[in-house]
Design a protein around this ligand. Structure first.
Ligand code: MLY
Length: 263
């Protein structure tokens, strides 16, 4: 008896890959959409006031698909809301696995913090990794690359900036010699970032790094040399975030001429 048609067999025969389910983003309709996150679950995530910092978090409240997150060991006044599909949250253990610094709960040292102990002593559980959205890890920007970026807190300024961190398809813009409170996460399609040389080309002023000996005479070439860094390649700046689909990915699609059929 012939075996019925199967995706797995077909993909093997065609030496093709299934388009990853994560590429089919669901629309989240707030507030009716439910989320699997529950009050008390613990996780890791970006502190919105210090975007360069990953902190130990607890879900404090859930409404629809929105979560109020509490930073362990700190006052409730630092609690913040995210959508459950936020790119800013990661499962417990993510930082260690991806070589990122995890800011421990207040009062604990970085070296002594241990997730197992923390969960055990608090009696809470880690949010299951399946609740977090998998994301494309395509990013042409690398830590240390230089660029010109708008300071979102002073939007009239385009400034000398660096890629300070890369996670999935996003990167952290940091302004040279300023503190991290000006930092922000963006992807390659952000309208706030430009390649080295953009200001000159546009005849606009470029704000030099803080403390630069002669900010009026800032020259990229010299600065790159002094700092031993490279400019982010201009081709890395895109119009639209890359979608992640690749040539030859196989998928199921409605036949438009016969919309009852999914082939
Ligand atoms: N007047 C402000 C401007 C700060 C700009 C910081 N950007 C470049 C990151 C100040 O001096 O604090």
């Amino acid at each position: 008896k012939r075996r019925s048609w199967s995706w797995q067999q077909y993909l093997n025969e065609q030496k093709a890959e299934a388009a990853p389910p994560t590429l089919f983003t669901q629309e989240q309709s707030f507030p009716s959409k439910r989320t699997g996150f529950k009050v008390g679950m613990k996780l890791e995530g970006i502190d919105p006031l210090h975007p360069s910092m990953f902190c130990v978090l607890t879900v404090a409240e859930v409404i629809g698909c929105r979560l109020r997150l509490h930073i362990d060991g700190y006052s409730e006044c630092y609690d913040f809301w995210v959508n459950a599909d936020s790119a800013d949250i990661k499962p417990a253990g993510w930082c260690k696995e991806h070589n990122h610094k995890l800011h421990p709960p207040k009062g604990q040292s970085e070296t002594e913090f241990d997730w197992q102990d923390h969960l055990q002593s608090s009696g809470y559980h880690a949010a299951p990794p399946s609740l977090f959205i998998c994301r494309s890890t395509d990013c042409e920007f690398q830590v240390g690359m230089k660029l010109e970026a708008v300071d979102k807190k002073n939007p009239g300024l385009v400034c000398v900036a660096s890629v300070a961190d890369v996670i999935d398809n996003r990167f952290l813009v940091h302004f040279d010699n300023w503190d991290d409170t000006y930092d922000y996460w963006c992807d390659s399609s952000s309208p706030y970032i430009h390649p080295v040389g953009w200001c000159e080309e546009q005849g606009r002023p470029l704000t030099a790094p803080q403390g630069h000996p002669s900010p009026e005479n800032f020259v990229w070439e010299d600065y790159l040399q002094e700092t031993g860094s490279t400019a982010a390649p201009s081709l890395a700046f895109t119009l639209k975030a890359p979608h992640g689909f690749q040539l030859n990915h196989r998928l199921e699609a409605v036949d438009r001429r016969n919309p009852m059929l999914i082939r």
